[in-house]
Design a protein around this ligand. Structure first.
Ligand code: BF8
Ligand code: SF4
Length: 621
């Protein structure tokens, strides 16, 4: 079995967990071994009650399900359902931000305001909404209503698709995969994968790509853009990261999950004078709000709030014994947290009607009383401070500073207002290409090792790396998000980073902010007059685990970007399907997937791909 982690803070907490006899995700992973072979290959189906059915991968048993579905059909249907679930998660998050913007515009939301008027104006223009002589609230209300239309189905195609290069838009049209409505594609994915509907794996995959595009160029893009309007567009900010951000003498509150609508209010509430006084009265030196997973990325990007850790550290944060409350909304929250929290004084507080946890306290959060609710939650944490069991407290002495907040706007600013310096560096070969490393942690691989090894290998070879999600947190912990990390880069990239005073690895935000990466890729392609698939760029998800990552992988490939997966997707039982995704898709979408668990070899694949694209563009490899 692989080493559990390369992160020292995590290692220290794993030892503490073992001493205190507390099981973690790694122990549960071990107790699941061996994991079901049919599931791993994607050839089990329970889409109807004639089943469950499974296909024998060795050819000794049945080759079809009861209905006659083959391995390719079953694996493709399962894959499309993963994409639909992932797209639904991102897009439903996007919808919540849209709803909050509407409530803010109408004056019915509490605590929120429209922070980025310039972005509001730009979006209004993009959506053809009049701005002349109108208040920002009127414009925002119209914009939010337009966005809501895009979730259903009214206009034929999503507005943001127009941000893609013309060639890509034409390709989507020609293939019939331009998404028509965000919810519509998810619903259609569920319809098609229902027993006895779409049984052609090629046709299924095409709709899977369409569904994923409705996430990347739809739901996720709305989440990003509307969060910027409400909470401000991120600008470079210094943050600190890892479990050492927890403070021994303060009320520690961890916000974990995804939607900034909750966490923004928690941050605001923690600055309330009355509550700060209450904390002091309880014997604490202050209130320390830290983030976990993508919520932390959202808060870091806009407020510099410290990041306690990435996905596999959620239980470990509680195991420090120093967390008064872990406040969660939706996505990537392990139900196991309730059991771990019980071993300490930690209160696990769920807030979303969509996500309840047995063993958690539920404080319903909605935008109409957002600030009051956030204050109530902070008060619960303060009350809990005196219950901390000092003998169980052990905070790893591990924290590191890093730079985050590299939105598209921030990158443009760093480049002096235009992409040209970046393009010139790419053309001159100082920067060979750009790689996006994104996604999760997964106990199937050593925590953070895939992210760090791949990023180091790429920057060493003059590839600029852009990151989001738990990948970005991994590299923050590894010191790669500091300008000093340019010393690890190749000569060309190093010179560019030193000139611009930027790190060689850019933290671009949470997972929905991969939409920012799509915008940058489109801008570069447009500047060169080519399609995204012509660019020396690549994607990678070395440690992915979530269905959301499957949706991301599909829209990244669907947008023309070669993508390497580090953990094996559950599709290998469908031979035709595998050939389509790793080979055939090149001729259709101009990009394919590769699967490569070894990050060194993954880097080699990416470097080879970038060299080939450079040659095709007439640039020196
Ligand atoms: O949306 S990278 S483990 S936290 S799924 Fe989850 Fe994966 Fe982390 Fe954020 Ni993204
Ligand atoms: Fe079996 Fe077909 Fe039903 Fe799936 S849909 S469970 S393969 S009969």
């Amino acid at each position: 079995m692989a080493e559990r982690t390369v992160d020292r803070a995590s290692l220290e907490m794993l030892k503490k967990a073992a001493r205190e006899n507390i099981g973690t995700v790694w122990d549960r992973f071990e107790s699941q071994q061996p994991q079901c072979g049919f599931g791993q290959l994607g050839v089990c189906c329970r889409n109807c009650n004639m089943g469950p059915c499974r296909i024998d991968p060795f050819g000794d048993g049945p080759e079809e399900g009861v209905c006659g579905a083959t391995a390719d059909t079953i694996a493709a249907r399962n894959l499309v359902r993963m994409i639909a679930a992932g797209a639904a998660a991102h897009s439903d998050h996007g919808r919540d931000v849209v709803t909050t913007l509407l409530a803010t515009a109408r004056g019915t939301a509490q605590g929120y305001q429209i922070k980025d008027e310039a972005k509001l104006q730009a979006l209004a223009e993009e959506f053809g909404i009049a701005t002349e002589g109108r208040s920002k609230e009127e414009v925002a209300a119209d914009l939010a209503r337009e966005a809501m239309e895009e979730f259903g189905m009214s206009k034929g195609a999503l507005q943001f698709l127009k941000r893609a290069p013309a060639k890509r838009q034409a390709l989507w049209e020609r293939l019939g995969i331009a998404p028509r409505g965000i919810d519509r594609e998810v619903v259609e994915a569920m319809h098609r994968t229902n027993m006895g509907v779409d049984n052609d794996y090629v046709n299924l995959v095409l709709h899977g790509v369409r569904t994923s595009l409705s996430d990347g160029w739809g739901g996720s893009m709305f989440a990003t853009e509307f969060s910027d309007v409400l909470f401000g567009t991120p600008m470079p900010v210094q943050g600190t990261c890892n479990l050492g951000v927890l403070k021994p003498d303060q009320v520690n509150v961890i916000v974990h999950g995804h939607e900034p609508t909750l966490s923004e209010m928690i941050v605001l509430a923690a600055r309330d004078e009355e509550l700060l006084k209450a904390a002091r009265d309880a014997g604490a030196g202050g209130i320390n709000v830290c983030g976990m997973c993508c919520t932390s990325n959202e808060l870091l990007m806009r407020h510099g709030v410290p990041i306690a850790g990435n996905f596999l550290q959620q239980e470990l944060a509680v195991i420090t014994g120093a967390v008064e409350a872990i406040v969660v909304d939706v996505q990537c929250i392990m139900p196991a947290l309730a059991n771990v929290a019980r071993c300490y004084h930690t209160r696990l507080i769920s807030t979303s009607p969509k996500a309840k946890f047995p063993g958690a306290e539920h404080v319903p959060f909605d935008e109409h009383a957002a600030l009051d609710t956030a204050k109530q939650i902070i008060r619960m944490a303060i009350e809990n401070y005196p219950r901390r069991k000092q003998e169980l407290v052990q905070i790893p002495d591990q924290q590191i500073s890093f730079i985050g907040g590299l939105s598209v706007e921030a990158i443009l600013q760093a480049l002096g207002g235009s992409l040209n310096p970046l393009l010139d560096a790419v053309k001159a070969g100082q920067i060979k290409g750009i790689a996006a490393i994104v996604g999760c942690n997964n106990p199937k691989t050593t925590q953070d090792q895939g992210h760090l090894t791949l990023a180091r290998e790429l920057i060493r070879n003059d590839v600029l790396v852009v990151e989001t999600g738990c990948a970005a947190i991994a590299c923050a912990k590894g010191g790669l998000l500091l300008p000093e990390a340019a010393a690890e880069a190749g000569q060309g990239l190093r010179a560019v980073c030193e000139l611009l005073k930027v790190p060689p690895v850019f933290h671009m935000g949470s997972c929905v902010d991969i939409s920012r990466i799509l915008v940058v890729a489109s801008a570069i392609a447009n500047a060169l007059g080519v399609d995204i698939s012509d660019l020396p760029v690549a994607g990678a998800a070395p440690e992915w685990m979530s269905e959301k990552a499957v949706a991301i992988g599909a829209y990244v490939v669907g947008s023309g970007i070669f993508t390497v997966l580090g953990t094996v997707p559950p599709i290998l039982g469908g031979k035709g399907l595998v050939d389509l995704l790793t080979n055939g898709a090149e001729g259709v979408l101009g990009a394919v997937f590769a699967v490569e668990p070894d990050p060194q070899k993954a880097a080699a694949l990416i470097l080879r791909h970038i060299a080939a694209k450079r040659l095709a563009l007439g640039l020196e490899a």
